[in-house]
Design a protein around this ligand. Structure first.
Ligand SMILES: [Mg+2]
Length: 359
């Protein structure tokens, strides 16, 4: 009980002490992608309310389980889009079999210039999968509790209309995409599966808790809460990891959690990866290994004060490639979605491969 109350106390300290720090939104540089037909308003420039024949078109890919009345949301989105001179959106719903990637591919084939997932962080990840490496822009509409990519990019997260107008009228910013190759235990040893993430990947306790959490609780609290509680959990087992950063020599650590991210801000203003920038072409990693109460308090302090270096229980790194060989298989989560256990993991960054509409 002592441990628990200390734990709860520290979590509330964390909520109080952490202040929301605005994320620096640097303008996406002009270079980085092969050129293709210009995006944005058509060749003529402005709109003519009644006469202009080809209206711009977006697709909205909605997770229907997130809304009590999908038809009402559909009507609202259509009304906002048409009021801003766009055609009624191509409206698609996710399914259990296809949480968004197939729908987004069809939307691109239909020639839309903007694809907006309308669901949780998992829907964002599935939809974005189809947009990587294309010029089609991702528009972020809030529907879950996390909305972590939108939070990290300084996008509206409380109001559907604000977010949609930003998606329709904003500018394009190209951001990095994180990839993960992982060998699952039931696969043949050398066969690596490919995944990607936009926010953060977690290995170890935070992913374990997330895998077991029920969906209702997750919807209410949001998956970032599990990262925080997971990192600070006193009794989670540590695991050994051989870590290789870029071309450097492998080194060994015993940790409770490893988090590798493209951006670093969680809910409540906690900055887990304070140096992470969405378009710097780098991944940021933190390895966390608290030992007992003292170590745990030290870890919390290090994160809250954003101290980066020189502490063996919170270790930050920045690189383009991270390879982890674990002593045993550990649960893995990508942007809040459990993807099963993995023992050999390779994280890499695809610099500026995804276009996102920002203010
Ligand atoms: Mg980065």
């Amino acid at each position: 009980m002592n441990d628990l109350s200390l734990y709860l106390g520290l979590l509330s300290c964390l909520a109080v002490a952490a202040t929301v720090v605005g994320v620096t939104v640097t303008a996406g540089g002009p270079e980085g992608r092969p050129s293709s037909p210009a995006e944005g308003t058509g060749s003529g420039g402005g709109f003519d309310d009644e006469a202009a024949p080809p209206r711009r078109r977006l697709a909205v890919i909605v997770n229907p389980t997130k809304f009590a009345d999908v038809a009402e949301v559909h009507a609202q989105v259509t009304q906002i889009a048409t009021r801003h001179g766009w055609a009624p959106p191509l409206w698609m719903e996710t399914t259990i079999e296809d949480p968004g990637t197939g729908q987004a591919r069809r939307a691109i084939a239909e020639g839309v210039e903007l694809v907006c997932p309308l669901g949780g962080d998992g829907t964002v990840r599935s939809v974005a999968a189809a947009l990587i490496g294309t010029q089609t822009a991702l528009g972020l509409l809030p529907a879950g509790t996390g909305n972590l990519l939108a939070r990290n990019l300084g996008l509206p997260i409380d109001d559907l209309e604000d977010a949609l107008v930003t998606a329709l009228a904003g500018t394009d910013r190209r951001i990095d995409v994180g990839t993960l190759q992982v060998a699952h235990p039931d696969d043949t040893q050398d066969e690596l599966k490919d995944y990607f993430f936009l926010v953060m990947a977690g290995v170890g306790f935070d992913a374990a808790v997330m895998s077991e959490a029920n969906e209702d609780l997750k919807a209410r609290v949001g998956w970032p809460a599990y990262i925080v509680s997971g990192l600070f959990n006193l009794n989670s087992p540590r695991f050994g990891a051989d870590i290789c950063l870029d071309d450097g020599p492998a080194f060994h650590r015993r940790v409770r959690s490893a988090v590798i991210g493209n951006v670093g801000k969680l809910q409540g203003g906690v900055e887990l990866l304070p140096d992470a920038v969405a378009d710097d072409g780098a991944l940021d990693a933190v390895f966390i290994a608290p030992k007992g109460i003292i170590g745990w308090a030290a870890v919390a302090a290090r994160i809250l004060t954003k101290t980066r270096a020189g502490h063996n229980r919170v270790e930050h790194h920045q690189c383009r490639r991270i390879e982890l060989k674990l002593g045993k298989e550990e649960p893995v989560q990508l942007d809040g979605d459990p993807v099963g256990p993995g023992g050999h993991l390779i994280f890499q960054v695809l610099p500026r491969q995804l276009t996102v509409r920002v203010p």
